[in-house]
Design a protein around this ligand. Structure first.
Ligand code: TXA
Ligand code: MG
Length: 325
């Protein structure tokens, strides 16, 4: 038996006895519990430090399980599932009778996703049921994209960590809410808006704030300790000089470092393109903290395709200084 098969078998056993398994997905690592066990899901929330009314995504091993977990699936949701599963897309749908209140925060909807990661799929298929899994970080911290990130954040509170290496995409799934008149994007993520619109053959609104806002849309969810400032290239030298002048430790994250940088700015390793920007984003935010930076200046990528999700997370990280943590 391959080593990974043995790990998957152990992980299934942990889930079956109500334990918590951290596992890689193509987006970020998830912290999984048996979605059918209210007790397991309660423990998941306790370890996350997550308020009980925040719903959690149920991960499935294949699109064939869709109708077990959702009721009244509209044609738009079927089109999206067919086009993007397995993949970085979460569909919010009316829940079926088998979905326990514990995973929905008491709502009548459920978030469902089939991840595109070999270990995740092996785990989900071997387990057979749904796996409730938020990102495997404590509430309000940066999402983990390596097994080491998970261990650093959750320590002994997780029963088993499946190590699948660094996540291929690096930002969370796109959430499409299909419970209203029209599908709306509730969180930008790994599937670009343009691809969702192409699949559905029409414009799709991004509505990630307001009454139905998901907790993943709180600013503080994506923030490091360092204060994040979104800047454009022209503004970097002056902003950096001002902060350095009052004794702050200043870093920069950008696809290209602009000229005229004052001495003393720590330039974090630049991503080569937008895909790499997404992949390394959370790692760089952790690095900013590890370096003891007080301020991180960030130049977002152009907000199209995957760049929109990166720009979104950077914007939230920057806004976090202005809301409660
Ligand atoms: O890429 C991802 O989506 C990762 C991996 C592990 O799959 N998961 C993730 O989970 O980011 P989490 O819990 O950190 O964020 C899930 C988001 C939350 O904002 C939550 O409110 C929203 O999905 N969500 C889940 N179920 C929902 C529902 N029934 N209605 C509205 N929003 C829902
Ligand atoms: Mg999260």
């Amino acid at each position: 038996m391959a080593e990974s098969d043995a790990h998957v078998r152990d992980a299934v056993a942990v889930l079956r006895r109500g334990g918590l398994v951290a596992f890689p997905t193509e987006t970020v690592y998830g912290l999984g519990a048996d979605a059918s066990s209210a007790a397991a899901v309660r423990r998941l929330y306790a370890v996350k430090g997550r308020p009980a009314h925040h719903p959690v995504i149920v991960h499935l091993g294949g699109a064939d399980a869709l109708d077990e977990w959702a009721a009244a699936v509209p044609p738009s949701a079927r089109l999206l599932a067919e086009a993007f599963w397995p993949g970085p897309l979460t569909l919010v749908l009316r829940r079926s009778a088998r979905v326990p209140d514990a995973v929905t925060g008491g709502r009548d909807t459920v978030g469902l996703r089939v991840p595109d990661q070999p270990l995740a799929l092996a785990l989900l298929r071997a387990f057979g049921g749904g796996v409730a899994a938020p990102s495997a970080n404590r509430f309000g911290r940066v999402s983990p994209t390596t097994a080491a990130d998970v261990r650093a954040d959750l320590g002994a509170d997780v029963d088993l960590v499946l190590d699948g290496g660094p996540c291929r995409i690096g930002v969370e799934s796109t959430i499409v809410d299909c419970t209203g008149e029209e599908p709306v994007i509730a969180r930008l993520g790994g599937v670009p808006r343009e691809d969702v619109e192409r699949c559905l053959g029409r414009a799709v609104e991004v509505r990630d704030r307001g009454a139905v806002a998901a907790p993943g849309t709180l600013a503080s969810h994506y923030a490091p300790r360092a204060r994040v400032h979104v800047v454009d290239a022209a503004g970097v030298p002056d902003t950096a000089a001002g902060l350095l002048g009052v004794g702050r430790a200043v870093g920069l994250l950008a696809l290209d470092a602009p000229g005229g940088l004052p001495a003393g700015v720590r330039v974090l390793a630049a991503p080569a393109d937008v895909g790499e920007y997404a992949r390394v984003l959370y790692t760089r935010l952790r690095e900013a903290d590890a370096l003891g930076l007080d301020d991180l200046l960030v130049i977002p990528p152009p907000p199209t395709g995957l760049g929109a999700a990166v720009a979104d997370r950077l914007g939230r990280a920057a806004a976090a200084g202005t809301e409660e943590r």
